[in-house]
Ligand binder design. Sequence first.
Ligand code: ADP
Ligand code: ASP
Ligand code: MG
Length: 373
Amino acid sequence: MIILMKVLKFGGSSVAKPERIKGIANILKDYYKRGEKFAVVFSAFGGVTDYLIKMSSAAANGEESYLDHFNSFSKRHIDSVNELFIEGDRKDILLELKNNHDVLKGLLKGVFLVREASPRTMDYVLSFGERNSNFIISHYLRKEGINANYLDARKVIKTDKKFGAAKVDLDTTFNNIQEYFTNHPEIQITTGFIASSKGGLTTTLGRGGSDFTAAVLANVLNAEKVIIWKDVDGVLNADPRYFSDTKLIRQLSFTDAIELAYYGAKVIHPKTIQPLKEKKIPLHVRSFKNVNKSGTIINSESCNNKNPSYIVKENQVLISISDLELSFIVEEHLSYIFMLLSNFNITINLMQNSAVSFSICVDNHSYKIPLLI
Ligand code: ADP
Ligand code: ASP
Ligand code: MG
């Protein structure tokens, strides 16, 4: 039987630089010294996933510059190892990184040659971000005295083959995680965002999906709490990058949190709430910069927050659909439109219909929208 533990999740911004990794290690050392039981999920170093997308797009477009991007990706990780470890401790870590980077380089060369980065290849490419960060950080935590073990989530989290937004197979994943955690009592440092299909192909859970990884682990392990550490004080009533006088929301119900996340409050991934709500596991969103601040608690209690929330979504496309003969937009037309949107895996952010037209606002997926139209 597994005893109650906390699941802690640190996103890309909390590990964007080696100094930040050192700060996070101090937070974790406090948990460790108190004898707490916890598992940790890390994202890729801040900006790395975008960078991996950039290098594969360059390779797919036949641009030799993909190699420059690859070299800076590689250098960024090697530099952090050099900064986090003294010379004598680096050799094995750098060797393993080099082996991994050689595989990535070969993969990108393939993309460059065939001029195509399929969703399947993309998921594999993107997995190098989380694998690198968790591998380096787990070594660092061991050096700092924490009994940490690197867990590649592809070993335990199983999904279908919907590359880019894979759906978790909860039954298999449940058994795998239970078994793994029972046999590995160390502090598990787990790659967020990535998983694998039954046949062993690498999949990803959707952008920002490391929060969801933490929620899946917590659900299976019946965790006491999930703590997501952010560069903001908690869930605010708007994104501080756009608004200057934001207010902290101290408590939110699971339902309100789902609404906020679904409509794009980037602070939590929308899929995160459901696995927690199911087991009534509270989610604490707090700041790694201001550790004394109390943050936001998301739980089953209803909330009476009266402040309106604001969500800004950039890069939107407005699509208006009408019948050439200006006939009315009836249910039959709508159901056909919705079917097409679902086939292309495009989510509607806003919609409005008039008698003869139907308008939707969707994210500007550069490759999906022209195909849809
Ligand atoms: P991480 O790297 O930890 O995954 P993200 O950059 O994905 O972090 O998310 C944190 C950012 O989310 C904040 O810096 C903030 O700009 C933005 N954000 C958007 N909406 C909100 C909100 N309602 N409350 C707090 N932060 C928000
Ligand atoms: N690294 C992934 C991304 O940038 C997952 C995450 O950060 O949660 O989307
Ligand atoms: Mg994120």
